[in-house]
Each structure stands twice: as C-alpha cells, then as structure tokens.
Ligand binder design. Structure first.
Ligand code: ZN
Length: 251
C-alpha cells in the first residue's frame, strides 16, 4: 500500500499491484488537474457560469469548515481554492452517466460542480459543503497493472464510507464489474455533516436565509414524533461514523 504526502489532490492513498512509480505518476496527474482545472470540461463548458464574488466567499467558508473537520481528526487540510469549484446553470448532469444530482465531485478532475441555486446563498453553500465533503472524506484509489494490455486500470477504492471491491484477474476474465458498497450510508453521513455545518455557519451573506431556515426548523418541530427521531438519528450518524469517514480506518 502506498501512502503519499499530498498537497492538492484529495486522494490519500492508491492501492493495487501497479508499480510505485506509476502510482506516483498518477498522483502527480491529480495534482496538476487540481492546479490547472481545465480537464474534461469542454463538453459542459456551455453550461458553466462565472462564479459570483458571493459564491467565492461562501465556498471559502465551506472549505475552511470542512478542513477543520479533517484537521480535528489528524488529517492535513485539503489545499484547494475556489478554482476547484465550478458552477453550472441547471442542466442534466446525468448526461455524464451519473444520476441526476444538483452537484458532483469529480476525482480525476479534482473539481466539485454544483448547480447554481436560484433560491438562496444558503442553498449554494449547502451544495458546496455536501460536494466538498465528498472530496474531503478519506479517498483511496486502486490502480492495477494488466500485463496483457500493459495498462494500469484506475478505479475508486474508498470514498468516505463508500467502498468498491478490489478488482482482480478473475473479475476481469469474467468481465464483471467491481461491487459497490455503502453508497447510501455515505450519503447519509455527508448529509448529516452538511446539516451540522450549515447550522454553525455565521456570515452576513447567510443572515437573511438563516432567518428563513429558523422558521423552517420551527415548522419542522411541529412534525410528528417519529419524523423527529429520524432527524436525530441522522445527527448521530455524523458523530459515530465521522472518524472513519475522514480517517480511513485500516482498510
Ligand atoms: Zn453526495
């Protein structure tokens, strides 16, 4: 197993039978992607919009807060800037083969994309926080060398709590795709952390929305008891699984 001292790439580790040199080379590719921010976006460029100065301030606030969660768990802060954020007018992100989302984190591109929220700054920072947490959780890739093809196959191994089975020769021979595990669990923990951070954000840009949010919460308290307990359980998720989400554990 390789463990790299990274600076800008949101990937902690690359596992697999590829050589140390090729893993390091891929790591360098991720670092340049993070710095340059212009790979693979061409198809979607027409949908991308310029970030507003408010969105840049909100992203910096979200990044700082998400990084605090990493640092609290002994992880280095993610050395990103608002350049890693890309804002799009609403379009079908699912064109890229990903289910329709209002945001995504792209590992190879080292970018987070969000659909601009027409409703509020709080809507924007919520989406930014959610996608940043995907980037800031423990991320590991698998890179396996296939001698017959003389290529290294790169795939996800861990992303937060989400895991993908390690691929092997048998799987390749059968043409079987690796199994994916814990996707929904990972999303639930991210939502829980997002909710927690959004409650803590203090910024003049959010004060109007905060007032609206408080009324929303007050209304939510009128919900029947079983709905409230689901909400409490969501908070517990962040508390119980936060360490594994950021720290990786031993796998
Ligand atoms: Zn998500």
């Amino acid at each position: 197993m390789e463990n790299f001292e990274h600076k800008q790439a949101s990937v902690e580790r690359i596992v697999g039978n590829a050589s140390s040199e090729s893993k390091e080379a891929f790591f360098n590719t991720l670092e340049s992607a993070s710095r340059e921010q212009n790979v693979h976006n061409e198809m979607y460029r027409e949908h991308e919009v310029e970030k507003t100065s408010e969105q840049i301030v909100l992203f910096d606030l979200a990044l700082k807060s998400v990084n605090q969660l990493r640092v609290q768990r002994g992880m280095p802060p993610l050395d990103w800037t608002s350049d890693n954020l890309h804002i799009f007018k609403p379009f079908r992100i699912e064109e890229k083969g990903i289910p329709n989302h209002d945001g995504i984190f792209l590992t190879n591109e080292q970018q987070v994309w969000i659909e601009r929220s027409d409703l509020s700054n709080l809507g924007d920072i919520k989406k930014m926080t959610h996608e940043l947490l995907h980037a800031a959780g423990y991320n590991a890739l698998q890179s396996d060398y296939v001698p017959e093809l003389d290529v290294n196959l790169i795939n996800t191994y861990r992303s937060g709590l989400y895991m993908q089975e390690r691929f092997n020769e048998e799987m390749r021979a059968e043409g079987r795709k690796p199994q994916a595990y814990f996707r929904n669990w990972n999303e639930a923990v991210i939502e829980s952390l997002t909710k927690q951070l959004c409650k803590e954000y203090k910024h003049p840009l959010l004060s109007q929305d905060r007032h609206d949010l408080e009324s929303e919460i007050a209304a939510a308290l009128e919900y029947p008891r079983h709905e409230r307990s689901t909400r409490d359980e969501l908070d517990d998720l962040a508390y119980v699984f936060g360490d594994v989400f950021f720290g990786g554990g031993n796998c």
